[in-house]
Design a protein around this ligand. Structure first.
Ligand SMILES: C[S@@+](CC[C@H](N)C(=O)[O-])C[C@H]1O[C@@H](n2cnc3c(N)ncnc32)[C@H](O)[C@@H]1O
Length: 392
């Protein structure tokens, strides 16, 4: 166990960064707050907080909308290669990296004087090697062991040096082997659900479920199932990460699961292959009992229920020739959703004319990126359901 930034040597604390796609940073900060981390600092694409190795395990297992969890080793002004090298060499690499560590360095540079990313990466790599030479008394490192992926990120001449603890991105939950057309990232789907008024007491419908990402992420949330329970994380193999840390975090996560949802989630799509795929993924995610999938045209959607929620990601019409068809679908949505006047409705699309075809301006909207595609999340929050206590 490294004694990094330790006030109490028994409990070394790290600066941690949960990275997030643009627009979801505050959702990730709220998740962290709900997990008990109160001192979070939010900036573009990341949320900074602190924690020990138990927190690294917990956050990897539990964060729903974050992309990765990084350890921040240092952040400092680096307007030239001299400053970058000198500051990097002084960071406590030798406390985290064993002698056989494989430590690939990736990099990026935004609005900074050091523009050549390969040169920046090379400089950081050289500085880390020098640091390790001091500790291990060697000239060469064969990097034959476990990976410790390092990133140097330059923004306005400030360098941030991090080590990735997650490995594959946190959207890789492990339940989705195959996907249909244009699937949403699991982290984005979890974000959409958390930005909505839905909770486990309310009915949720996704009429364009595709590979089922929104309903599955909602079911995981509603049953308090940690999204990372079905996968492993890179840092589990690190030499200073005690085996018991992840084992205990997984046991606690299994114990925290709630029983089956009382309100079954409804998920529809007109494509039978999408429905088959979704059913399989829901089974693999352990939430098949919570979702009813059915092949259905959106024009057949109706409900007598009140105060339900619709969270959906309809087709966008990005491909040439699809636009008219998609706009007809949006007009249809306007017609079908009109009687659902107590419902809360949320639609993610890149189509800039959505509101015009749907027929109502959204009281709230949020810019989000689905991959590289700029989208808007159109939000039509409905009235609050009556409090069941008040009628007693
Ligand atoms: C953008 S994809 C949804 C992706 C989904 N959120 C996921 O993560 O996989 C849109 C889906 O809408 C379905 N769809 C298109 N037109 C439809 C219609 N008229 N009725 C029902 N489903 C439709 C398509 O089959 C496709 O699966």
């Amino acid at each position: 166990m490294p004694f990094l930034f330790a006030c109490d040597p028994a409990m070394p604390q790290f600066d941690l960064i949960a990275t997030a796609t643009f627009g979801l940073e505050n959702v990730v900060a709220r998740e962290l707050k709900d997990l008990g981390y109160s001192n979070c600092r939010v900036s573009d694409g990341r949320v900074l907080f602190s924690g020990d190795e138990h927190d690294i395990a917990r956050c990897n297992l539990w964060l729903r909308s974050a992309d990765r969890l990084l350890i921040r080793l240092g952040e400092f002004p680096a307007g030239d290669f001299g400053a970058l090298f000198d500051k990097t060499i002084d960071l406590p690499w030798n406390e985290l990296l064993p002698v056989d560590a494989e430590f690939p360095v990736s990099g990026r540079s935004v609005r900074s004087r050091l523009k050549s990313v390969p040169s920046v990466q090379g400089c950081v790599k050289k500085a880390i090697v020098e640091n390790l030479k001091r500790r291990y008394n060697r000239f060469r490192f064969d990097e034959s062991g476990t990976q410790y992926p390092i990133e140097v990120s330059l923004l306005k001449d400030v360098a941030t040096l991090t080590i990735d603890t997650s490995g594959p991105g946190l959207h890789k939950r492990g339940y989705r082997q195959l996907t249909g057309r244009a699937p949403l990232r699991e982290t984005m789907a979890a974000g959409l659900v958390q930005l909505s008024y839905w909770n486990r007491e309310r009915l949720l419908i996704d009429p364009f479920c595709g590979s089922g990402t929104i309903p599955i992420e909602a079911a995981l949330l509603g049953r308090n199932i940690a999204p990372g329970l079905g996968r492993s994380f890179l840092c589990e193999d690190w030499h200073w990460m005690d085996r018991s840390v992840f084992r205990d975090a997984r046991t606690a996560a299994r114990d925290a699961r709630l029983p089956k949802l009382s309100e079954t989630i409804l998920a529809y799509d007109h494509d039978p292959a999408a429905i088959r795929l979704s059913e399989r993924s829901a089974t693999d995610a352990g939430v098949a009992v919570d979702i009813r999938f059915r092949r259905q045209e959106v024009s057949d959607l109706k409900s007598k229920r009140e105060y339900g929620c619709i969270v959906t990601n309809p087709p966008y019409g990005e491909r040439l020739g699809d636009t008219e068809e998609v706009e007809a679908v949006y007009r249809e949505l306007g017609r079908i959703f009109t009687p659902l006047n107590t419902w809360s409705i949320y639609v993610l699309t890149s189509n800039r004319w959505f509101e015009k075809h749907y027929g109502r301006r959204a009281p709230r909207r949020r810019k989000l990126y689905n991959g590289r595609l700029e989208c808007q999340y159109y939000q039509y929050p409905g009235p609050r359901p009556p409090d069941p206590q008040s009628s007693e």
